[in-house]
Structure formats: structure tokens, C-alpha cells
Ligand binder design. Structure first.
Ligand SMILES: [Zn+2]
Length: 239
């Protein structure tokens, strides 16, 4: 089982961990704790390096498997044995861009729900670029500039972004969470992580976010597409 350090400290760039399992065939190792985000909820995984036994291995892919986080190590150097101490370092430039992008998408969600009642149905991102799908029948080209102005106004408010981990029962009492996909959470999950942009948006979310909207930068609404009468896809860029 891997302790997920990024869930409570998204600004952690370096960490020490013990290698608890090694698979030489797939060149993957499990750590007892990690700051590497394994991907999920539209946010891609982190890259970086893992130093162990005097070797610096590139971390080329990170993936969650049950309660473990697998770190896939590049190169051809034999892997360190289980029980080895290691030091992980994130590719911070990439991760921080993903944090800004992910928070920008939540600003978009919160703003579109408040201003138009639009519900989000999905999303995806890469560093500094993202898209979200909404049930947003009224969306049309003329609204692009209005939306862009509204989301940038929210960014400039310097709204704090708070992360909490709540017992499932408590999370289910929060009306704002019910409008998102909290009711789709598997039965077995006893704790729910929430990400709140204070005064704007609250979601059940596993991703990494900046601490304040002022860190997002400027959001450009790059494009939108109709995916039918109701479903619309909105593309953003962060600069
Ligand atoms: Zn999210």
C-alpha cells in the first residue's frame, strides 16, 4: 500500500521512500509513499526521477494498481532490490503546469454552473491545455468571450483552493457535491477527497491543484464544439 503524499501536499517536489516491491519484467517499483501523481480524473501522471542504490532512474510512467502506486523506470540499469531506500524528484515544471490547468478547469466548471446551470460530464487535460464537456444547451459562439471574461475575473479574485478528506457520510451531506458525480463513487470508498475553490466550486476530486486561483494565470477559451443539442465541449488554454 502506497501513502499518497500528493493528496495532502500538492507542492511536494521531492520525497524519500522505501521500495516495497520490484517487478523486473515491467521495470516497475512500488514505494511505501509517493508524491508522483499516478494519473486519473483527466489529469495525466507525473514524470521525474527516482534515485536508489547510487543510480538515478527516469520515472517514465506512474500508475495506480489497487492500493499500490507503480513507478515505471526507464533505462537499462538493473533495478534496486526491494527494501532499498530511494529519493523521488518530480518533473516540477510539468506538474505545476498540470496543477494550474486542472484548477483552471474547475474555475470553468464553477463559473458555468453558477452563470448558466451547466453540468459537467467529463474532461481531459495536458499541460496548459484542457477540455471539458457540459450539458449546456444554450452554448453558442457569442458566449465564448463572455465565458472567458467571467473565468478570468474569478481567477483574479485570488480565491483560495482548499483540499479536504472527509468521511463518506459527511461528504454526502454537502449539497454542492451531489450535483457532481459523487453518487457514482464506488460503495467501498469510506473517505472522499474534496477540492473547493472558495466561493465558486466544490467537487469530489483526486487531482493536484494550486493553492490559490491567482496562480492559474490567464485562461483563454480556445474553441468549443457541439456534441449534439445538449452536450458541448469547451477547450481552454492557460498562459
Ligand atoms: Zn478535477
Amino acid at each position: 500500500m502506497t501513502e499518497l503524499l500528493y493528496q495532502t501536499d500538492s507542492y511536494l517536489k521531492e520525497f524519500e521512500a522505501l521500495i516495497t516491491a520490484v517487478d523486473n519484467e515491467t521495470r516497475s517499483v512500488v514505494l511505501d509513499r509517493t508524491a508522483f501523481y499516478p494519473g486519473g480524473g483527466g489529469q495525466p501522471c507525473d514524470f521525474g526521477t527516482l534515485e536508489a542504490a547510487g543510480v538515478s532512474y527516469p520515472v517514465e510512467k506512474v500508475k495506480k494498481q489497487g492500493d499500490d502506486v507503480l513507478h515505471f523506470l526507464g533505462g537499462a540499469t538493473p533495478l534496486p532490490p526491494p527494501g532499498s531506500a530511494s529519493r523521488g524528484t518530480l518533473d516540477w515544471a510539468r506538474r505545476y503546469q498540470l496543477m494550474r490547468t486542472h484548477s483552471a478547469l474547475h474555475v470553468l466548471c464553477g463559473t458555468l454552473f453558477r452563470d448558466y446551470g451547466a453540468l459537467v460530464t467529463g474532461g481531459d487535460m495536458e499541460p496548459l491545455k484542457g477540455r471539458m464537456d457540459f450539458e449546456f444547451e444554450r452554448m453558442r459562439g457569442e458566449l465564448v468571450r463572455d465565458i472567458e471574461n467571467a473565468v478570468n475575473h474569478e481567477v483574479q479574485q485570488g480565491r483560495e483552493i482548499r483540499v479536504k478528506i472527509l468521511p463518506r457520510e459527511e461528504a454526502f451531506q454537502i449539497p454542492d457535491l451531489i450535483r457532481t458525480k459523487i453518487n457514482l463513487l464506488p460503495e467501498g470508498i469510506t473517505r472522499v477527497r474534496t477540492v473547493e475553490i472558495v466561493g465558486l466550486d466544490l467537487q469530489a476530486d483526486g487531482g493536484t491543484h494550486v493553492g490559490n486561483t491567482s496562480e492559474v494565470g490567464k485562461i483563454r477559451v480556445a474553441d468549443y464544439k457541439s456534441k449534439g443539442a445538449i452536450n458541448k465541449r469547451i477547450y481552454i488554454e492557460v498562459v
